[in-house]
Design a protein around this ligand. Structure first.
Ligand code: NAD
Length: 319
């Protein structure tokens, strides 16, 4: 059956590449991008675009009705590092937008919802290695609190109203086409740009800080795969653990040095170190692998090769 998809928060780090891929799969005209700000040239010219404030339910509903939308991907959020600076605003954006979309689904205007959670749902009392799907979740960041609450709202709307909502707990997402939007794992994107531009990088996390990460291509693959899966394969309606690779700043620097031997890294941990220290190091995502067939493709070495080659080919991005 054909789908009409609305992406809210389409101009962000994940939204841009997700929109591109969904337009290839479902056809440009069937994928409506939206955000509170305009996107890049490709986004604006390749298909429909609407200015939508994710906290304005009436406006979302207006766009849903205008295009007869069947699925919503809600990507708008305030991320971990930024939300620590603006806790109230972070909570307001992350919760109001989710409840608006869930309500629209409950009232049967749309059939399916995608909403991303994060490894930030875990806290320092969760097991750090092979963090299970179900375990203690006592996050210490506003962002993590909003994601735990959001997961339970998703499950509640599914149980109580039959809303078909699907969710993944992303690890840190690494991309080169689009820059990250204020998260604690942003260093793992910046490091490639700085290595190629300046040959040196000052890292805001300490050298041994191991965190779960994933290349953007894998994140997009997982997102579309869970949305295309048969409903009865989705056994978890809070959110699925998702993992690919885990590494430290020192390990990614060593990988980059294979391509740029003179590259150097220094460490100056800031407030983001505390956030990183409260998160898992390695996540157990066996439930996602078993239930809907998740499989990652990129490891640290193939990701680094792809990013460095791509950035060299697109050197305008390094300007
Ligand atoms: P981002 O910050 O790069 O993009 C968010 C987008 O939302 C931006 O384009 C912004 O303009 C838009 N936005 C902000 N307020 C809005 C509003 N009121 N109405 C409409 N749009 C608004 O974020 P991202 O990295 O693309 O993350 C997308 C989702 O994935 C978020 O839910 C985030 O929590 C989750 N996530 C991301 C990562 C990561 O590493 N990037 C990791 C875990 C989870």
């Amino acid at each position: 059956m054909s789908e009409t998809i609305l992406i809210i928060g389409a101009c962000g780090q994940i939204g841009i590449e997700l929109t591109e891929k969904l337009r290839v799969i479902y056809g440009n005209e069937n994928v409506i991008a939206s955000d509170i700000r305009e996107g890049n040239e490709n986004m604006m010219n390749s298909g429909p675009f609407e200015i939508v404030d994710a906290t304005n339910k009436d406006r979302i509903l207006e766009v849903v009705k205008k295009y007869e939308v069947t699925q919503v991907y809600l990507m708008a959020a305030m991320l971990s590092a930024t939300a620590e600076k603006f806790p109230q605003k972070g909570w307001e954006l992350n919760m109001t937008s989710l409840l608006a979309v869930l309500d629209i689904a409950k009232d049967k205007h749309i059939k399916r919802v995608y909403w991303p959670s994060s490894m930030a749902v875990f806290g320092s009392t969760s097991p750090k290695v092979n963090t299970p799907q179900q375990t203690i979740m006592e996050p210490t960041t506003v962002y993590g609190i909003s994601k735990v609450a959001g997961e339970h709202w998703c499950n509640y709307y599914h149980e109580k109203y039959g809303v078909d909502v699907r969710s993944i707990r992303y690890p840190g997402i690494i991309s080169w086409k689009t820059l990250p939007g204020g998260g604690t794992t942003d260093y793992a994107v910046d490091i490639y740009f700085e290595a190629l531009k300046k040959g040196t990088f000052e890292c805001f996390l300490s050298e041994e800080t191991r965190l779960p990460m994933m290349y953007m291509d894998d994140a997009i693959e997982a997102t579309i795969k869970i949305m295309q899966a048969d409903s009865d394969t989705i056994k978890t309606r809070t959110s699925y653990n998702l993992a690919a690779i885990s590494f430290t700043p020192k390990e990614i620097a060593e990988e980059i040095q294979k391509y740029i031997p003179e590259f150097t890294i220094t460490y100056k941990p800031d407030y983001r170190q505390n956030i990183a220290d409260s998160w898992p190091q390695v996540i157990d995502d066996s439930a996602a692998r078993k239930d809907w067939g998740w499989k990652h493709k990129y490891d640290l070495s193939s990701m680094t090769q792809d990013i460095i080659t791509s950035l060299k080919e697109n050197s305008n991005l390094l300007a």
